[in-house]
Design a protein around this ligand. Structure first.
Ligand code: 5GP
Ligand code: ZN
Length: 142
């Protein structure tokens, strides 16, 4: 049996304030919002994290995020929002059904962005090379 709370919301077995639905995606309010209008966009099929989402979903995912994000801004009367997706427990993912947070922002709402670190000398070049290798783009010398 699938114990995923988001699957249960999608299947109407748990309540949520749903705001959007199409063939592949659904959007509903976060139960504990950063600000009113904080909304999730989720694929209706169960995938744990972005790494599990197949190509047939990825472009449409962002199309729906943009559509819902614009509607949220208009509905709650804000001029900006953050997107957030926690992939994996180490990244703070609590609900193991991939979801994009759309978080409307208002001045001085207290939401802090991530802290920043410094690279040690040469570390940035090495990391960039490894990422290019992982992407099969290691022919370039930067
Ligand atoms: P994440 O996995 O993105 O780190 O955190 C899970 C998010 O889901 C939190 O923002 C939390 O408020 C939200 N959440 C947890 N349980 C429920 C629920 O039953 N319904 C809804 N609508 N949101 C939930
Ligand atoms: Zn699920």
């Amino acid at each position: 049996m699938n114990d995923c709370i988001f699957c249960k919301i999608i299947e109407d077995k748990l309540p949520a304030y749903k705001v959007y639905e199409d063939e592949k995606f659904m959007a509903f309010l976060d139960i504990a919002p950063v600000n009113p209008g904080h909304t999730f966009v989720v694929p209706k099929k169960h995938f744990v994290s972005l790494s599990d989402v197949p190509k047939e979903y990825t472009a449409d995912f962002m199309t729906v995020v943009k559509k819902v994000g614009d509607a949220v801004m208009e509905a709650v009367g804000v001029e900006g929002f953050n997107l957030g997706m926690n992939n994996g427990g180490v990244a703070g993912q609590i609900v193991p059904h991939v979801h994009m947070h759309i978080m409307p922002r208002v001045e001085s709402d207290g939401l802090k962005l991530w802290p920043s670190k410094k690279y040690s000398p040469g570390e940035d070049k090495q990391v960039a090379q490894k990422i290019r290798q992982a992407l099969g783009q290691d022919h370039e010398e930067n």
